[in-house]
Design a binder for this molecule. Structure first.
Ligand code: FES
Length: 71
């Protein structure tokens, strides 16, 4: 997937923006929705967001040190 490709068309949120929040410490789809607004419109993109979150957590775990600078 091209990182600049929009995942959420309703709110113009790219995969890159979602990954930045995950690297900053987001741990769930709900947190991605809260801090990017992705998935808060029609909801069609939520499954794709969930897949990105799941893949990130499988690869990087839930290291709490990243949450220090979260938001
Ligand atoms: S495409 Fe993401 S909420 Fe509609």
């Amino acid at each position: 997937m091209n990182p600049k490709q929009l995942v959420c068309l309703c709110n113009h949120v790219s995969a890159l923006e979602i990954k930045k929040k995950l690297r900053a410490g987001a741990l769930s789809t709900a947190e991605i929705q809260q801090f990017t607004t992705a998935g808060t419109g029609c909801g069609r993109c939520v499954r794709e967001i969930e897949a990105i979150v799941k893949k990130h957590l499988e690869e990087h775990g839930k290291d709490p040190q990243f949450r220090i600078n979260f938001k």
